[in-house]
Design a protein around this ligand. Structure first.
Ligand code: 3SL
Length: 235
């Protein structure tokens, strides 16, 4: 039976052997939730960057540019990192390509590229992620973006939720990380939004008046869509 493990921070990734495995990159607040929403809204593909300048340069190639640093939209970009930027009332995004850079999420993705397959996970597309990894039948590592190298609750809890969906087909008990994430998910599940009010990043976002983003990002299975890394882009 393949195994599911959880890497709590990109800083811990050197301890995980990614070749031969599927990496599920997760940054619930808000990068991976926004990427899922962007593709669901009709964006053709998303190219993630670690650096602001590389991302900004994509405007000359016709890309919409999205950038966040420390929870706020970076100056000179079309979009920040709110999923609402891709929904009604935001910019017209249908048929556009997006270049994006965020504090932790896009970095976690770049650090995961040694895996056989790299996909984007969020509560919004939880079952689509579960379906894909079941079909692959390989070991899975959930890569939590965390916050500046530190553990965070929301990405870890996503790991527990995915482990629950996969428990019939995967060994979800082989690592203490997965056991801990599963226990956190059981505590959080009855009211995920209320549970996450205590998380450091929710408090950071609330300070920036982004309550609605958190409420949006904790919805389960809104989109049957899986962003997957192919030829240098998420499609
Ligand atoms: O760190 C990141 O990649 C972002 O998702 C953080 S924020 O939610 O946009 O503040």
């Amino acid at each position: 039976m393949p195994a599911l493990d959880i890497c709590f921070s990109p800083e811990l990734l050197p301890l995980y052997e990614l070749p031969g495995k599927v990496a599920v990159v997760v940054d619930i607040l808000r990068a991976t939730s926004s990427i899922v929403t962007a593709l669901a809204a009709g964006v053709t593909h998303v190219v993630p960057f670690s650096e602001l300048e590389e991302c900004r340069a994509m405007a000359a190639k016709g890309y919409l540019t999205a950038a966040e640093r420390d929870g706020q939209q970076a100056e000179g970009f079309d979009l920040g990192n709110s999923p609402f930027g891709y929904l009604d009332g935001g910019l017209p995004v249908l048929g556009r390509a997006v270049a994006i850079t965020t504090t932790n999420g896009t970095r976690a993705l770049h650090l995961s590229l040694a895996a056989d397959a790299v996909v984007i996970g969020a509560f919004l597309n939880l079952e689509a992620v579960a379906d894909f990894v079941r079909q692959q039948g390989k070991d899975v590592v959930i890569v939590c973006a965390g916050w500046k190298g530190r553990f965070n609750l929301e990405d870890t809890i996503f790991g527990g939720a995915l482990a629950e969906r996969l428990q019939a087909d995967f060994d979800t008990t082989g690592s203490d990380a997965t056991l801990a994430a599963s226990q956190l998910w059981q505590q959080a599940k009855p009211d995920l939004a209320a549970y996450l009010l205590q998380s450091a990043h929710v408090r950071r976002l609330n300070g920036l008046e982004a309550h609605q983003d958190m409420a949006f990002c904790v919805q389960l299975d809104t989109y049957d869509l899986l962003p997957i890394w192919r030829d240098g882009r998420l499609v």
